[in-house]
Design a protein around this ligand. Structure first.
Ligand SMILES: Nc1ncnc2c1ncn2[C@@H]1O[C@H](COP(=O)(O)OP(=O)(O)OP(=O)(O)O)[C@@H](O)[C@H]1O
Ligand SMILES: [Mg+2]
Length: 352
């Protein structure tokens, strides 16, 4: 049975616009792609409103994906991801301690980065090794989430019939999907950007550099909303224009183009680009590292026509829309857009 073999792992990325899944076979060396799929959370795009989404919408999409893949959820090895503002990924330094002491001190640390009203924190950590600058200290990768988010996620998977497997953080999955298949740069870091519907995840990582992640609450949903308001059209018409015209739809300045933008007005896309620049300046200030080699773009909104070039020009760095299947053997035709499958590929590459 597909999916139930012990070396088959399903990476499931439950977004607020689409649910994405990749079933990978773990070979002795490398992976084979068995299935890929993407299912929207809504029936009709005009009714899409992420503030009104409920677990029923997510559940419906997950069930459709199960049917499409023809798998038995209770027999599937599953890896899922958590992301967004109620999660945190941080690399910190600590003196050598017992695991128990570390756990208490890291829980305290994690609370500083999570919303205060949900201070019920769960953490996971991994010792990365000694700090090369100070051998008495350890480099520790701290992953945290709120109990509320975790239980919601667990309930959803159980409801869909799965045995809850490993739960990873989305930023780590994005990085895994790349560095699991490509080499680390000799020097400097790579910037990973996953532009979804509701949020954008930025991760900076390199061979020896401190991993850094930040969540920006701007994504494709905000682009579409803005276009709908400015042009006084409904959401689905704006979504169709966005997909057809790409970034040009946001840049037109002539007033006879249906109330397009005045030239001085900042678009949501520019707000996002500003936040990305700010994040990179912060990273330089914190780490002293300013050699950014490449921006690896993923997520549904990575497909916005012209966005890669626009971003590249604005931040003066090369930008590549990432295809995680590029170096993978595939068992069948991939019917989903590759850049949007990066998180699911990264999740499915995890082997426990
Ligand atoms: N060809 C395209 N051009 C422009 N935007 C696109 C295109 N295809 C998808 N999108 C946009 O991508 C967004 C969905 O991306 P994605 O599937 O990564 O989101 P998600 O993971 O469900 O959301 P989130 O991670 O924010 O919760 C939508 O806003 C959609 O309009
Ligand atoms: Mg997403």
């Amino acid at each position: 049975m597909i999916g139930s073999r012990s070396n088959h792992i399903l990476g499931l990325d439950i977004g607020t616009f689409t649910v994405k899944g990749v079933l990978l076979e773990h070979l002795k060396q490398g992976y084979r792609v068995i299935k890929t799929g993407q299912v929207p959370l809504y029936e009709r795009v005009e009714s899409y409103d992420p503030t009104k989404l409920s677990s029923i919408d997510s559940l419906g999409a997950i069930k459709k994906l199960i049917t499409k893949f023809n798998i038995k959820p209770q027999k599937t090895n599953l890896v899922t991801g958590l992301g967004g503002a109620a999660t945190s990924l941080k690399e910190i330094k600590s003196i050598q301690m017992t695991n128990e002491e570390l756990s208490t001190s890291l829980t305290f640390e994690a609370r500083k980065h999570l919303p205060i009203d949900e201070s019920d924190t769960i953490i996971d950590f991994q010792v990365l090794g000694e700090d090369p600058q100070n051998p008495e200290q350890l480099r520790i990768l701290l992953a945290a989430s709120t109990k509320k988010l975790y239980s919601f996620h667990e309930d959803l998977l159980t409801e869909a019939g799965f045995k809850v497997g490993a739960v990873n953080l989305e930023p780590l999955a994005m990085v895994n999907a790349y560095f699991g298949l490509e080499d680390y740069p000799e020097e400097g870091v790579i910037i990973f950007l996953n532009v979804g519907a509701r949020h954008t995840t930025v991760v900076v990582d390199g061979r020896q550099d401190r991993i850094f992640s930040r969540d920006i609450p701007i994504g494709g949903h905000h682009f579409t909303n803005e276009l709908a308001k400015r042009r006084d059209i409904n959401y689905s018409a704006a979504e169709a224009i966005k997909i057809e015209e790409g970034i040009a739809a946001f840049q037109s300045t002539s007033p006879d183009e249906g109330g397009a933008l005045a030239i001085q007005e900042k678009t949501k896309i520019d707000e996002l680009v500003d936040e990305i620049s700010r994040t990179l300046r912060y990273y330089i200030k914190e780490t002293g590292q300013n050699q950014f080699n490449l921006v690896v773009l993923s997520g549904g909104s990575a497909n916005l026509i012209g966005f890669d070039e626009y971003l590249s020009e604005k931040i003066s760095l090369p930008v590549e829309v990432y295809n995680p299947f590029r170096a993978l053997e595939t068992a069948e035709q991939i019917d989903s857009n590759p850049a949007n499958m990066v998180v699911s590929v990264g999740l499915a590459m995890r082997s426990e």
